[in-house]
Design a protein around this ligand. Structure first.
Ligand code: AMP
Length: 278
């Protein structure tokens, strides 16, 4: 495994990789969720590139950019074991020089859900993913269903900007108690950590109701809301049952949908989702 920092070293090392090249962009502090993407890429591609970059432009004011967990030596060890060929750890100053002024804005699918609570988040995501794609020039790029809206935004952007890249979305990896793995789970104290699996249980209860015949979108959202209301430490930001492609909020009887939520547990913001009818 080769590790590089500068763009010019990345380009040189990339040029020597066999095709097809698979790419996994991450913010580091890796867990099995990230590694499942690397393992999938390893199985499907001759060359596997991973980036580790805590992208400052996708964090809003007051968010956790400064405290975001980092452990590059441990990440590199895990990536070596998972079979990555090339790891790129860029410097913020090279990707965002002081006169940086060009942004990628995906307009519709970024307005709702995460975009409504984190107004500049997806502009930062679309811009960094474009920059990483331009540098790495992968054939396939791997993203997690955990960040469902992010995957939808990236798919839309790849279509709209004609990137010759196949976007592959991989299942959410969970802890044994159901909590979706996330680098941010380290922020949870012991009490919060006990409550956090309740999010997935609420989503599962709603999916069970859907599968046994509850098809009304509002009733499905209400099932999740009622369960989470009974958790004193959980502060709901949104509960959505939306079209899995457009993210339009659904009303009336549905056959499929993306059931997603964002909450605060104490000071930590958690998101999770589940697909209905797929
Ligand atoms: P991040 O480092 O949080 O930016 O995540 C990098 C990639 O890993 C994104 O495509 C995420 O959706 C994906 N990812 C994060 N957590 C999980 C998980 N628990 N299961 C599957 N993929 C994940």
């Amino acid at each position: 495994m080769i590790t590089v920092g500068t763009l010019s070293d990345l380009r040189k090392a990339r040029a020597n990789l066999p095709s097809p090249v698979g790419f996994v962009p991450t913010m580091g502090y890796l867990h099995q969720g990230h590694l499942s993407l690397v393992e999938r890429a390893r199985g499907e591609c001759a060359g596997v590139v991973v980036s580790i970059f805590v992208n400052p432009t996708q964090f809003g004011p007051g968010e956790d950019l400064a405290s975001y967990p980092r452990d590059i030596p441990r990440d590199l060890e895990l990536l070596d074991k998972a079979g990555a060929d090339l790891v790129w750890v860029p410097e913020p100053s090279e990707l965002y020089p002081p006169d940086f002024q060009t942004w990628v804005a995906v307009e519709q699918v970024t307005k709702r859900l995460e975009g409504a609570f984190r107004p500049s988040h997806f502009r930062g995501v679309a811009t960094i993913v474009t920059k990483l794609f331009n540098a790495v020039q992968p054939d396939k790029a791997y993203f997690g269903q955990k960040d469902a809206q992010q995957a939808i935004v990236v798919r839309q952007m790849v279509r709209d900007l004609n990137f010759p890249i196949e976007v592959i979305v991989c299942p959410t990896i969970r802890e044994p108690d159901g909590l979706a793995m996330s680098s941010r789970n380290v922020y949870l104290d012991a009490g919060e950590r006990q409550v956090a699996p309740g999010l997935y249980r609420a989503l599962l209860t709603a999916r069970e109701a859907f599968e046994s015949g509850t098809r009304d979108a509002t009733s499905i959202r209400d099932i999740v809301a009622r369960i989470l209301e009974s958790e004193p430490m959980v502060n709901v930001q949104y509960i959505s049952c939306a079209d899995p492609v457009t993210l339009d909020e659904l009303q009336g009887s549905i056959e499929r949908g993306l059931l997603s939520l964002a909450v605060r547990v104490g000071k930590t913001r958690l998101i999770d989702n589940i697909l209905l009818g797929e």
